[in-house]
Design a protein around this ligand. Structure first.
Ligand SMILES: C=C(O[C@@H]1C=C(C(=O)O)C=C[C@H]1O)C(=O)O
Length: 183
């Protein structure tokens, strides 16, 4: 299966690397909390479904993006965000052990609380550049993010840093969200 290597995170200059101007591109470029936008779009139907949370080995491109050497065991959280009956976003967050101290110490017990509430909360947060890529459905990330009736379409990722503690957040935009934004 194809690795979601750096080739999937094309620089924006490559044609097709970004959707045409419009709501999807606007959401992919959102520098603030995606949760805030999802809540506004879904209203009271907003849901967070935790798929898996575990100590795991990140993928090589994730390790490179975080600058951690192999072998490394990091905390990995995968969730689906959307409404009660439609997944809109598959999110995968990869957190080094030392980032689970201080402001993010509650991260491992977050449960169905959205990570954004922690990241865009009391503490100053720095966000690195947002990489955007059309997602190859046969990639490991694409296969991981696919849900019944919800094909993976676009992916974005960025490194957050709170009090100097980094974490990598990858968000896959699923077909139902694309349809929601382009009615
Ligand atoms: C980083 C944010 O948190 C969102 C919620 C996540 C979670 O609950 O695991 C993961 C990524 C985001 O889609 C955000 O709101 O921008």
């Amino acid at each position: 299966m194809a690795e979601p290597g750096l080739r999937h995170w094309r620089p924006r200059a490559v044609p097709g690397a970004r959707p045409r101007p419009g709501p999807v591109r606007d959401w992919l470029d959102e520098p603030g909390s995606l949760t805030r936008r999802l809540r506004a779009q879904a209203g009271g139907a907003f849901r967070v479904q935790v798929l898996r949370e575990y100590w795991g080995r990140p993928w090589p491109d994730e390790r490179r993006r975080l600058g951690v050497r192999a072998p490394a065991w990091l905390w990995i959280r995968e969730v689906r965000l959307g409404t009660g009956d439609q997944p809109w976003i598959h999110a995968r967050s990869v957190i080094p052990r030392h980032s689970l101290e201080g402001p993010l110490r509650r991260l491992r017990t977050l449960g169905r609380q959205p990570l954004g509430a922690l990241l865009f909360g009391r503490y100053p947060v720095a966000r690195g550049p947002i990489e955007v890529a059309p997602l190859d459905a046969s990639s490991r990330l694409g296969a991981r993010a696919r849900a019944p009736g919800a094909e993976p379409c676009w992916a974005r990722r960025s490194v957050f840093s709170i009090a100097g503690r980094p974490l990598l957040v990858t968000e896959v935009f699923l077909q139902p969200l694309i349809e929601e934004l382009h009615p």
